[in-house]
Unconditional design. Structure first.
Length: 119
């Protein structure tokens, strides 16, 4: 069964049976979420072994914290934070690529695209 949904991710994933998904994609979503531990935990539980989690983040350059709320009102995440979450929740990072996630006032906003595989 294929399903495309527009819903809050945590409540949606809580309703999904464990180990039932082949792919979770969230493009330009994490700008609205700071701490991603709950999401990673839920995605880990819901993905079948060996399946995929793809997403983008707005890049937070070198910083001590893993994420922060920027002046734009959007969350930014460090590469280290994403790498740490991937390791903690049993994902192998298969792709990480710099990308401009959008333009604001004509200026590109730096981000990253990640493709993770559940181990």
């Amino acid at each position: 069964m294929d399903l495309l949904t527009g819903d809050d991710i945590a409540p949606f994933l809580q309703r999904v049976p464990n180990a039932s998904l082949d792919l979770v994609i969230s493009a330009d979503v994490w700008i609205y979420v700071g701490a991603l531990e709950e999401v990673f935990s839920l995605v880990t539980a819901k993905l079948k072994s060996g399946k995929w989690f793809a997403f983008s983040t707005e890049l937070l350059a070198a910083a001590t914290e893993g994420f922060r709320l920027a002046a734009s009102g959007r969350f930014q995440h460090t590469e280290r934070y994403i790498h740490d979450l991937a390791a903690r929740f049993g994902f192998a990072i298969r792709v990480t690529q710099p990308v401009d996630v959008r333009k604001e006032s004509g200026e590109p906003i730096a981000g990253r695209v990640y493709v993770l595989q559940r181990e």
